[in-house]
Write a protein that binds this ligand. Structure first.
Ligand SMILES: Cc1cc2nc3c(=O)[nH]c(=O)nc-3n(C[C@H](O)[C@H](O)[C@H](O)COP(=O)(O)OP(=O)(O)OC[C@H]3O[C@@H](n4cnc5c(N)ncnc54)[C@H](O)[C@@H]3O)c2cc1C
Length: 603
């Protein structure tokens, strides 16, 4: 089988925020860097990020600092986070944002010219640096502009399907060009995975087509550990109508700017259920909530800005109990602020330009004049590759991971805005330490049998041909099954059924076939996507069955409370030698006294 060969010191897989930031740092350290991505450069999923980057710059409220950000992140994650990652993230995020500004990012401004910050769920103070509701676009544009001048070799529209090892260590990766189907070998002394999320394992999702859990699976296949896979975030507000746009995100920024949630009776139901952990920080009434969104430092946040897991469950409750909107959601209303602000329509269009256009163009709704219909959508996975907090290296030497495909910082639930800052903080660290790792090593020998095995596996669907079942149908049924049986509310009887179904889906995937040849063949791409989608689905399911409690994004109808003993452990999955998935608990190391004190002081 023919293939092209490329050689780099560090290979970064993924050109979202994490991958670009890692590539910039590795390249600045003086090593040669290759950057591979499935789409065109600049079109990674990060480009869709809307609300902002969380960093305790204290530009809008000078009471903010890294300690409050750390405490908010730990509370949001319900204390199963990797506390060292949460600490590094809170301390380093402000510098990463200022650096982005120095590289040309044009943030919205305060009246005295500093980076403007907005309110977001679970953050005590206004903390999200933003560019309207198009922050991801500005982040990607800035990193791309900066990185492109550093001599990074970019391999676009190329999918990595296998990591290559010599003994224990990583020595490269193997993939194919999506357009022509030609194979490519990348020799590298270190590989950084920055492949993003898994949303495409579910039917309703805000995630782009790229989010098929590739990095999770590449790492798992290479012997790395995955942690916290039961923690999937269902964002409370996705579009629900029309059906063709179901799942597309409605940014939390709408609620940050004063948007309220209403049921079909016109009741602001979020006031009905405020969790104990957040009672002291939540507004007593609508008046106080409104003052908070307008910057009153004495006011506390409205309940719409509670953490995403909680808001999503309240919405599901309203829908299930018959108080939903006509198309199976609830109402999100920003137009009501017209009763409070003189020029509200212009204000909404300025603060939420993408949301305004999204609803106008896709649903023919003017959000300055009418409420939106919204419902939960699969948005983010807190779980991912287990990495060392300082270096981002996985348990496999030479294999690093950063961004959404890595785990630790978020624990059971991610606060909005903490992903973009995570990409910058840990993308930089991954690039730095991958470069250091590469400088200290020689390239490894590539065994031709590994290539042969990878190509045979990749082409197997052609051997089975068009008479076999099409991979689309298997993917569709998998998404349906995950949505229905391992979704926002979980129960053992449904998950046992999911385990049976997954076994059948795996068998169907093994027998699925495609027609045609390797050029421009989306059926073949889908056949290849099935492998990672099935692995991440199994990892989510196995971990969700094991965590017999409700915590953060993981809600068990049959175990609705938190179990004290599970507050001290993470669940880890890995591949054993025969190739089956094993699961174990891993105790969380005790938090140092000074961090414990910060958590206590900020309760
Ligand atoms: C609509 C929306 C709005 C959001 N808003 C915010 C926000 O305001 N603030 C916030 O903090 N977070 C937000 N998030 C979450 C955040 O955008 C993501 O978590 C984050 O962008 C993930 O970045 P990443 O660099 O890890 O991966 P991605 O941006 O997903 O990039 C992954 C990259 O890996 C590549 N890739 C994947 N698999 C392979 C493979 N096998 N071979 C080669 N390349 C591969 C892809 O092509 C892509 O280039 C939002 C998410 C959505 C969907």
């Amino acid at each position: 089988m023919e293939y092209q060969t490329h050689e780099h010191d560090v290979l970064v897989v993924g050109a979202g925020g994490a991958g670009l930031r890692a590539a910039i740092e590795a390249s600045a350290a003086g090593v040669s860097v290759g950057l591979v991505c499935k789409s065109l450069l600049g079109k990674a999923h990060t480009v869709m990020a809307e609300g902002g980057i969380a960093a305790a710059l204290a530009n809008v409220d000078d009471r903010d600092n890294w300690k409050v950000h750390f405490a908010d992140t730990m509370r949001g994650g319900q204390y199963v986070n990797n506390w060292r990652m949460a600490e590094l993230h809170a301390k380093e995020a402000p510098d990463r944002v200022r650096e982005l500004e120095a590289w040309g990012a044009v943030f919205d401004r305060t009246s005295d010219g500093r980076i403007l910050q907005r309110n977001f769920g679970g953050h005590r103070y206004p903390r999200l640096a933003h560019v309207g509701d198009r922050t991801g676009l500005e982040l990607i544009r800035t990193l791309q502009d900066h990185g492109i001048h550093q001599g990074i070799d970019v391999h676009m529209e190329c999918t990595i399907i296998r990591l290559l090892k010599d003994g224990d260590r990583i020595i490269g990766a193997f993939g194919y060009e999506r357009e022509r189907g030609r194979f490519k070998l990348f020799k590298a002394k270190a590989v950084v995975l920055a492949t993003g999320g898994i949303g495409r394992a579910y039917k309703i999702t805000s995630n782009s087509w790229e989010c098929t859990g590739d990095g999770h699976t590449l790492a798992y296949d290479a012997g790395a550990e995955l942690v916290d896979m039961e923690f999937v975030q269902f964002h409370p507000t996705g579009m629900v109508w029309p059906p063709s746009v179901r799942g597309i995100l409605v940014t939390e920024g709408v609620r940050g700017e004063g948007g309220i949630l209403l049921n079909s009776l016109g009741r602001r139901f979020m006031f009905d259920d405020v969790p104990h952990l957040y009672r002291a920080q939540t507004a007593d009434d609508e008046e106080e909530g409104w003052r908070y969104t307008q910057g009153d430092r004495q006011a506390r946040r409205p309940p719409e800005l509670l953490t995403r897991d909680h808001v999503a469950r309240c919405i599901v409750r309203e829908i299930k109990e018959g108080r939903g909107s006509p198309h199976g959601g609830v109402f999100l209303d920003i137009s009501w602020i017209g009763r409070r602000l003189p020029d509200a329509a212009a204000h909404i269009r300025k603060k939420l330009p993408s949301m305004y256009h999204q609803f106008k163009q896709l649903a023919d709704i003017d959000i300055t004049a009418a409420p939106m219909e919204v419902g939960p959508t699969t948005h983010y996975i807190m779980g991912g590759v287990r990495v060392d907090a300082e270096t981002q290296m996985s348990t496999v030497p030479g294999l690093f991971a950063a961004g959404e495909c890595a785990a630790g910082i978020n624990g059971a639930n991610r606060l909005g805005g903490n992903s973009l800052s995570d990409l910058l903080v840990f993308g930089k660290r991954a690039g730095e330490f991958a470069a250091q790792h590469a400088r200290e090593r020689r390239p490894g020998p590539i065994d031709p049998r590994m290539i042969e095995e990878a190509t045979t596996r990749a082409l197997a669907a052609f051997e089975r041909g068009p008479r076999a079942e099409a991979p689309y149908q298997v993917q569709y049924d998998l998404q349906d099954m995950m949505q229905d049986l391992v979704g926002i509310v979980r129960r053992e009887d449904e998950m046992s059924r999911a385990a049976e179904e997954l076994g059948k889906l795996k068998a169907r995937a093994r027998h699925a076939g495609v027609a045609g040849n390797r050029e421009y063949n989306p059926g073949w791409h889908t056949a290849l996507d099935l492998q990672p989608l099935l692995i991440v689905s199994e990892a989510i399911l196995r971990s969700a069955q094991a965590r017999q409690e409700s915590r953060g994004g993981h809600f068990r109808d049959d175990f609705p409370d938190k179990a004290a003993e599970l507050g001290g452990v993470n669940f880890v999955v890995e591949r054993d030698h025969p190739g089956t998935m094993t699961l174990r608990t891993m105790p969380i190391p005790p938090m140092p006294e000074e961090l414990k004190q910060i958590v206590e002081e900020n309760k």
